[in-house]
Write a protein that binds this ligand. Structure first.
Ligand SMILES: Nc1nc2c(ncn2[C@@H]2O[C@H](COP(=O)(O)OP(=O)(O)OP(=O)(O)O)[C@@H](O)[C@H]2O)c(=O)[nH]1
Ligand SMILES: [Mg+2]
Length: 325
């Protein structure tokens, strides 16, 4: 959903007032009456163009594919977005009305300068009134830059407790270069990498707790498991150096299997540090087992994908070679 990442910058009220009056202030020539009418018409055009540009840059949030809709809702809140956009629409209408009325008054013979001064005052108050919404939309634009674009291809979501080595695996096998560090919640955003055959999603770590108590960061992982995964790669760190006991990791695993009912491959990370081999074990450090895990999860994801083919990808997406029809 590239359009969500490329929303335009939104000016704050004082900057927008400057923008709207700057162009009209350059208008010279003609008699006073015509000049003032031209200035008002310019104010009306500049503000209409601006508001329409911002409003039309946003998609219809109600009809977005679930993955994106839920992610936008989590990151910025769809109701707030809608409210902010409709106050821009309101401001635009108000400004158009003020300008139309003022031009009529001038044509009827009222003092052009007086009418103009009063119109400018009212227009800048209208814009001041939506300062919070303008600021909110600009923050939303910044925040939505983290929203990735999914491709329509077999998709694996990597999940597990924090610090177990999810990002280390994703970095080892795919194009993604997530940050890796020895503390929990290093990964706070959804990160997508590619292998020649699959799309692999690195997610924030999950704690063993009910959904209602999950943080925003954890909810991003849940959203991927629910809406994007053909298969789940669940990583368990049996050394517990991640900081979470086996009991919580296994309880989280059960919860995920039960909640999403998706094919889930359970593997051990950090194989260089232990000798448990009752599940496939891999080491992102020395490479042991990495190929085996990747092959196994690729096989599962491809099988599920060929049977279901969910439509999560952006229908308007541009050329992705992997797109399947
Ligand atoms: N010895 C060893 N350490 C590893 C291995 N894989 C990851 N680590 C270490 O484990 C720590 C966590 O690794 P990450 O890949 O950031 O773990 P994560 O699961 O993505 O963590 P969050 O993003 O915080 O949930 C880092 O210090 C890694 O260097 C491994 O195979 N062997
Ligand atoms: Mg990580």
């Amino acid at each position: 959903m590239e359009s969500l990442r490329k929303l335009p910058t939104v000016l704050q009220a004082d900057e927008l007032v400057d923008k709207i009056f700057r162009r009209s202030s350059k208008i010279r020539g003609g008699d006073l009456k015509e000049r003032i009418i031209n200035k008002l018409a310019t104010i009306s055009n500049v503000s209409r163009d601006y508001f329409e540009k911002i409003i039309s840059s946003h998609p219809n949030y109600d009809t977005l594919p679930t993955f994106y809709r839920e992610l936008v809702d989590l990151i910025v809140g769809i109701e707030n977005l809608k409210k902010a956009l409709s106050s821009l629409k309101w401001a635009n209408e108000m400004i158009q009305r003020i300008v139309t009325k003022s031009i009529k008054e001038i044509r009827k013979g009222k003092n052009p300068l007086e009418v103009y001064r009063s119109a400018c005052g009212r227009i800048s108050s209208v814009i001041e009134d939506i300062d919070n919404e303008l600021r909110f939309l600009n923050e939303a634009k910044q925040k939505m830059r983290e929203i990735p674009t999914l491709r329509d291809m077999p998709t694996v979501v990597v999940a597990g407790c924090p610090n177990v080595g999810k990002s280390s695996f994703v970095a080892r096998v795919s194009t993604a270069k997530p940050e890796i560090a020895d503390y929990p919640f290093t990964t706070q955003k959804i990160i997508i990498g590619y292998t020649p055959e699959i799309q692999i999603i690195d997610t924030p770590g999950l704690l063993d707790r009910p959904l209602a108590r999950r943080s925003k960061i954890e909810r991003k992982a849940i959203l991927c498991l629910k809406n994007a995964a053909d298969a789940i790669l669940f990583i368990i760190d049996p050394t517990e150096t991640c900081g979470y006991p086996m009991s919580s990791q296994l309880s989280l695993l059960e919860e995920i299997k039960k909640t999403f009912g998706k094919p889930t491959l359970e593997v051990y990370s950090k194989a260089d540090l232990h000798s448990f081999r009752d599940r496939i074990a891999f080491s992102a450090k020395n490479g042991e087992g990495v190929k085996e895990v990747l092959e196994e999860i690729t096989k599962i994801a491809k099988k599920v994908y060929s049977q279901t083919s969910t439509f999560i990808a952006d229908s308007g997406q541009t050329s992705t070679q992997e797109q399947h029809s």
